[in-house]
Write a protein that binds this ligand. Structure first.
Ligand code: PMP
Length: 338
């Protein structure tokens, strides 16, 4: 389908793109699922629309209502574009670490952006979540989206992302690799692929090395969107209900530096500009692929574009200031080869 009657109909049905140069030397076929091609620029457009449609259907969101969410950016962008299209007021609580580009994009859709300290424990009255919940409770007609605990988040990936990957690989996919934020993407897509393949497809969670999902210490992170981190003073960890750990066969933990190297190399060797969490997924996918054969097909889901990170992961000054190495050496023939 290349013609849509509304921008909301253009969400999903993203391309699956084979990696050639970046996957050189690997035996399996490696494809990436191009989620940056969604209208808001990320995989979260799918969950955003699905959660809004569910809230409209069950009466939590009525005409003229207010959509309230706590997000590091992409979910807010998906919600903001849908809210703009459908005529809802949108209020986003986000941390100051959320990239400038994402905050500006939210504002461009007419969303109200409230900057809050993201590193307050979730159960503290000043946490992003507490503030969002309080605002929603005090605002008539407001609905708190709650992507972490909202069943419409994984459900949309079971209904769309999974079937798209199965159809576009003609059932050949053997390994699905995705990062885990709320867990919506991997839980819904992973469950579908496991079911449709009779349990053959392996589902791999790609995780920043300090994230608690893969056994890390939960300490501060750089990669936006992927992983689960803890505040040192948090009373207890709260795992999202959107995450169904039972569908994940195993986690691969990825160093931030390796994720950054992977997306920078992807841009230079494939011409694909992807974000930091895409780097986590790619680095994990390549590690998995090293142990596979020509009969395998690996699909790595790339959640968003590198456009929102030109001032961070793709910026040499930012890398140096944050203790990362600069660009990986250029691929392909070097001067010495001539
Ligand atoms: N990467 C990015 C850039 C994201 O914004 C998100 C959403 N938090 C994810 C990965 C993880 O997706 P999910 O919430 O479906 O696990």
């Amino acid at each position: 389908m290349a013609r849509y009657e509304s921008v909301l109909d253009a969400i999903g049905a993203t391309p699956l793109i084979r990696l050639t140069r970046a996957a050189e030397g690997l035996r399996p076929r490696v494809y990436v699922k191009a989620e940056w091609q969604n209208p808001g620029g990320s995989v979260k457009d799918r969950a955003a629309l699905s959660m809004i449609r569910r809230a409209e259907a069950d009466g939590s969101l009525r005409p003229g209502g207010t959509v309230v969410e706590v997000t590091s950016g992409n979910t807010g962008i998906g919600l903001a574009l849908a809210a703009a299209h459908l005529g809802y007021r949108m209020v986003v609580f986000t941390g100051s670490q959320t990239s400038r580009e994402k905050r500006d994009q939210l504002a461009a859709y007419g969303a109200e952006v409230r900057l809050v300290d993201a590193f307050v424990p979730r159960d503290h009255p000043d946490s992003m979540r507490s503030q969002g919940l309080r605002f929603a409770a005090e605002t008539p007609g407001a609905w708190f989206v709650d992507q972490y605990d909202n069943p419409a988040n994984p459900a949309t990936h079971y209904a769309t992302t999974g079937p798209e990957i199965w159809a576009d690989t003609a059932g050949a996919v053997t390994h699905f690799v995705a990062t885990v934020g709320t867990g919506g993407t991997i839980s819904g897509t992973g469950r579908y692929l496991r079911e449709v393949s009779g349990g053959r497809v392996r589902v791999i969670g790609a995780d920043p090395v300090t994230s608690v999902y893969s056994g890390g210490d939960g300490s501060q992170k750089y990669i936006e969107g992927a992983g689960h981190f803890l505040h040192p003073e948090a009373a207890a960890d709260v795992w999202p209900l959107a995450l169904d750990s039972g569908v994940i066969d195993r986690y691969v933990a990825v160093e931030d530096q390796d994720a950054i190297d992977a997306v920078r190399r992807l841009a230079r060797t494939e011409g694909i500009l992807a974000g930091g969490s895409s780097g986590v997924a790619l680095a994990a996918a390549f590690r998995v692929a090293e142990h596979l054969t020509e009969d395998d097909t690996v699909v790595a889901l790339l959640p968003d574009s590198g456009r929102a990170y030109l001032s961070t992961y793709f910026n040499d000054g930012w890398l140096a200031a944050n203790g990362f190495r600069g660009p990986a050496p250029a691929q392909g023939p070097t001067a010495a080869d001539h």
